[in-house]
Design a protein around this ligand. Structure first.
Ligand code: MRU
Length: 337
């Protein structure tokens, strides 16, 4: 499979991101409940991939409900609503569901065609954003080759293909402009050390896994020329929800005068929300923090604060780059470039 998500004629196929880096295995999801389970357990994760999974889930529902009986529209609409609510923070999920559901009137094959078109589009979208972001990084930095810090996983696994922030990093590496990528481990589920490190290794790009709490110290020691991250939801004023820890990186980058770039598709913008404080932040199972691979790391019954995301104010972001435009700060206007 050349994309991280696909369709085999009867079921959704997805890379099981829980199994990496130990094992590259594909999931075959034949019911909406299985798809929702894959989203909630982070087998499928990353905002653009969630949008595509949402669209494929609606197609799965439309095909199965049409084959089995009456009340198709009501049943598919109810399934679509359950899929859209599987995780609350990444707006791409509800965007993908809504877009696929919009084709239901034309029949289940049209819904599937829409979902598959979205996979193709996402690949092209990421490529355009990555090229734009790579050019911008080079215009904002002087040192060559660069030392780039990134957080979570924004690569091909988190999208159909190509990646967003990691796509830009890979593009810079193609141009021989990357000395090293510092990959935040991204606790507690380690999307950085498990997935981003795996993708960089696959691409042959030099990296070091960075202890999350060492990122600010790395900036202070002059080891970081630029920070590149993705996004799960961007409010109308440019505030960005992304993986927990992103806000702290932005504060540290601003303190050290290091460019801090967000790379995300237009579908990640939520203009219905005026600012980031209105973004619903997912809180996840305490066991993700208190346990590692089944082994307890904390006292039994320890209380836990485990938000999956935080919000970075637009004022801390040097630029937010999509396939269409670059929104630069501290200027608050859309540069349109
Ligand atoms: O909880 P996750 O792993 O789905 O969180 C993912 C992130 O925060 C990513 O940075 C974001 O979705 C962008 S992926 C291109």
């Amino acid at each position: 499979m050349k994309t991280s998500l696909g369709w085999d004629g009867e079921a959704v196929i997805a890379v099981d991101q829980r199994a990496l880096p130990g094992e590259y295995r594909l999931l075959r999801l034949v019911t909406v409940d299985e798809l929702i389970g894959a989203i909630q357990s982070l087998a499928i994760r990353g905002a653009p991939a969630l949008g595509l999974a949402g669209a494929l889930g609606v197609a799965l529902s439309a095909l199965r409900r049409t084959a089995t009986g009456n009340g198709v529209t009501e049943a598919v609409t109810a399934d679509a609503s359950r899929i859209a609510q599987a995780r609350p923070t990444a707006v791409n999920l509800e965007w993908g569901v809504r877009r696929a559901l919009g084709r239901l009137g034309d029949g289940p094959d049209a819904v599937l065609a829409e979902a598959l078109a979205m996979i193709e589009e996402d690949t092209a979208t990421n490529r355009a954003a990555a090229l734009r972001a790579a050019d911008l990084v080079l215009s904002l930095t002087e040192r060559r080759p660069l030392r780039i810090l990134t957080h979570c996983n924004t690569g091909r696994l988190a999208t159909a293909a190509g990646g967003t922030a990691l796509g830009a990093i890979l593009e810079l590496a193609e141009r021989d402009c990357v000395a090293e990528v510092l990959v935040d481990e991204t606790r507690p589920l380690l999307q950085g050390s498990r997935l981003t490190a795996w993708e960089l290794g696959e691409a042959g790009v030099p990296y070091r896994i960075c202890v999350d709490s060492a990122a600010a110290a790395a900036m202070a020691r002059g080891l970081v020329d630029c920070v590149l991250v993705g996004a799960d939801r961007i409010a109308a004023n440019g505030d960005v929800a992304n993986k927990i820890g992103t806000y702290g990186l932005a504060v540290a980058a601003a303190h050290h005068g290091i460019p801090f770039l967000v790379v995300a598709p237009e579908s990640t913008w939520d203009r219905t929300l005026p600012e980031g404080s209105a973004i619903l932040i997912e809180e996840r199972d305490p066991a993700e923090v208190t346990h590692c691979a089944g082994t307890a790391l904390a006292p039994v019954g320890a209380a836990v604060y485990n938000p999956a995301f935080d919000v970075t104010p637009a004022s801390l972001i040097t630029a937010t780059v999509s396939e269409e435009r670059t929104v630069s700060r501290p200027r608050t206007r859309d540069s349109g470039t």
